[in-house]
Ligand binder design. Structure first.
Ligand code: AMP
Ligand code: ZN
Length: 473
C-alpha cells in the first residue's frame, strides 16, 4: 500500500496505523438510520464523513465491502431500552403503518444521500429482514450463559463479561445520564447495564411488528441487529465500524459485548466515530421536534453539495456548530471553486510528475486521520500552481473521487440550468483570448476582426477594468 492510513481508534483512544485483517481488503460496517423520520443534517454529517472514510480507503487502493443496516424495529426513544418505540411513534404521528413509515423514510434517506453524493453501501439490510438470525444469536447467548429471561424479556447479562466499558473510560453514572431522554428503570434487569435482546411481555401491547420466537411473540432489541447484520455479510472479523459519537455508549458498547460473547474472540479492530453537528441549543436530534433537513436547505436555495463542502471544511473529530452564516461562506467558496475548475482548459498534456506529486500530497493529508480541511487546502494550492490546465483538471477530477463535490462538472451543470450555453461560452472565451493576444502583438486589425466576427454571431464585447466581459446582443 502506497500510503498507509492513520486513523483515530475509539477502542485504543489513539491515532494508529490502519491494518486490516486481510491484506488489501476492508470489511466496514456503518450503523444506518432509524427510519421513523427524515434524517437531519447532523445525522448526515456522520454519513458524509463515513463516506469520506470509505472513499479514502478505496482511493488508496483497498477493496472495501461496506454494510449498513436500516433500523426499522426495536430502537426505543432512549438508547437505554426505555421509552416508546421510535417506529411506532412515527407511525402514530402520521397515521400510517410502521412498514409504510419505514419505506417512506428509507427512500427519503437515500434521496438525501444522493443529493450529498454519499455512495450507497455495498449491502443495505433492514433489521426486519433478519429476525431469524437475531433469534439464532440470542439462543446461542442463552446457551452460553450470557443471556437470561426476566419478566418475559430476554436480557444480556453484562456481569458475565470481564470488561464491559471497552469503548469509553467514563464513569458508569455519567454514561447512563448521558443517554437518557427519560429516566425509567427497567426492574427486570439483574444489572443496571444489562440490555434487552428480545422483547416479549413488554409494556408495548400495541407493538405492530411481532414475530414468533422460542420465548413467545415479540420483537428484537436495537443493539442485536448491528451485530447480526454485520456478521451475516462480513463474517466473524470486522476491520472498521462507524457511527456518530452518541453511538459509543450504549449502542456500540453493547454490540461489542454481545458479539464477542457470541463469537468467543475479538470482533472489530477499529471504531470510527464522528462528532456531532450542534445547533445553538446543543446536539441536533430528531426527537427534539424542529430540525434541519436537506430538503429544507434546498427550499432555502442551498445546493446540497455546499453542505458537503461545509462538513469537509472541519475535522470529523471536532464538534461543529451549525449556522446559516457559515453555510453561506461555504456556498461562496463552492461557487468560486467550481467556477475556477470549470474554466480550466482541458486541451494539452497532463504533466505526469506534477500530477503524481500533487496526488501524493493529497493522499498524505487524507491518510493523516482524514484531514479533510487540509485536503481542500491541497486542492486550492494545486489550482494556484504553475502547471498546465490539463494537469490541474486531471487532478481535480482525481481528488473528486474522494471529495465528491462534482468539482469538474458542477459549473457546467449550473450554467446549463441557468440557460447558459457551455459550447458558446467556451468559443467566446477562446476568441477573447485570441483578441487579447492580437492586441498584445499590436495587431489591432485582427483584434477588430475578432470583435466583428463575434458581433455577427450576436455577441457583444465590453472592455472593462476587470477585463473583457461579454453578453448576448
Ligand atoms: P439515528 O437515525 O438516530 O439512528 O442516527 C443515525 C446516525 O446519525 C448515527 O450514526 C448517529 O450517531 C448519528 N447522529 C445522530 N445525531 C447526530 C448529530 N447531531 N451529529 C452527527 N451525527 C449524529
Ligand atoms: Zn448499530
Amino acid at each position: 500500500m502506497e500510503n498507509r492510513l492513520r486513523i483515530y481508534n475509539t477502542l485504543t483512544r489513539k491515532v494508529e496505523p490502519f491494518i486490516p485483517n486481510e491484506e488489501g481488503k476492508v470489511a466496514m460496517y456503518t450503523c444506518g438510520p432509524t427510519v421513523y423520520h427524515f434524517a437531519h443534517i447532523g445525522n448526515l454529517r456522520s454519513y458524509i464523513m463515513e463516506d469520506l472514510l470509505e472513499k479514502t480507503l478505496r482511493y488508496i487502493g483497498y477493496d472495501v465491502k461496506r454494510v449498513m443496516n436500516i433500523t426499522d424495529v426495536g430502537h426505543l426513544s432512549s438508547d437505554a431500552d426505555t421509552g416508546e418505540d421510535k417506529m411506532l411513534k412515527g407511525a402514530k404521528r402520521e397515521h400510517k403503518t410502521v412498514m409504510e413509515i419505514a419505506r417512506f423514510y428509507t427512500d427519503a434517506f437515500f434521496a438525501d444521500c444522493g443529493d450529498l453524493n454519499i455512495k450507497t453501501p455495498d449491502v443495505v439490510e433492514p433489521a426486519t429482514n433478519c429476525i431469524l438470525e437475531f433469534i439464532h444469536m440470542i439462543e446461542s447467548l442463552m446457551e452460553k450463559g450470557f443471556a437470561y429471561e426476566s419478566g418475559g424479556n430476554i436480557y444480556f447479562d453484562t456481569s458475565k463479561l470481564k470488561e464491559y466499558y471497552v469503548l469509553s473510560n467514563h464513569s458508569e453514572e455519567e454514561l447512563l445520564v448521558g443517554v437518557r431522554d427519560d429516566v425509567d428503570e427497567d426492574e427486570n434487569k439483574r444489572n443496571k447495564t444489562d440490555f434487552v435482546l428480545w422483547f416479549t411481555k413488554s409494556k408495548f401491547e400495541d407493538q405492530e411488528l411481532k414475530w414468533e420466537s422460542p420465548w413467545g411473540m415479540g420483537y428484537p432489541g436495537w443493539h442485536i441487529e448491528c451485530s447480526c447484520i454485520s456478521m451475516k455479510h462480513l463474517g466473524e472479523y470486522m476491520d472498521i465500524h462507524c457511527g456518530g459519537v452518541d453511538n459509543i455508549f450504549p449502542h456500540h458498547t453493547n454490540e461489542i459485548a454481545q458479539s464477542e460473547a457470541y463469537l468467543g474472540h475479538k470482533w472489530c479492530n477499529y471504531w470510527f466515530h464522528v462528532h456531532h453537528l450542534n445547533d445553538k441549543a446543543g446536539k441536533m436530534s430528531k426527537s427534539k421536534g424542529e430540525f434541519l433537513t436537506v430538503s429544507l436547505l434546498k427550499e432555502k436555495g442551498y445546493d446540497p453539495r455546499v453542505y458537503r463542502l461545509y462538513c469537509l471544511q472541519s475535522h470529523y473529530r471536532k464538534p461543529l456548530e451549525f449556522s446559516f452564516e457559515t453555510l453561506d461562506n461555504a456556498g461562496a467558496a463552492f461557487d468560486k471553486l467550481v467556477k475556477r475548475i470549470g474554466s480550466l482548459r482541458k486541451e494539452g498534456a497532463v504533466e505526469p510528475e506534477k500530477f503524481d506529486a500533487w496526488k501524493a500530497r493529497f493522499q498524505a493529508v487524507l491518510c493523516d486521520d482524514l484531514n479533510s480541511s487540509m485536503a481542500l487546502t491541497v486542492l486550492y494550492d494545486m489550482l494556484k500552481e504553475d502547471m498546465s490546465d490539463a494537469t490541474k483538471y486531471a487532478l481535480a477530477e482525481d481528488f473528486d473521487r474522494v471529495l465528491s463535490l462534482d468539482l469538474t462538472t458542477a459549473y457546467a451543470q449550473r450554467q446549463a440550468e441557468n440557460g447558459v450555453d457551455e459550447e458558446l461560452e467556451a468559443y467566446v472565451l477562446e476568441k477573447i483570448e485570441e483578441r487579447r493576444e492580437a492586441k498584445k502583438e499590436k495587431d489591432f486589425a485582427r483584434a477588430d476582426a475578432i470583435r466583428a466576427e463575434l458581433l455577427e454571431k450576436g455577441i457583444v464585447l465590453e472592455d472593462t477594468r476587470e477585463g473583457v466581459k461579454w453578453k448576448k446582443a
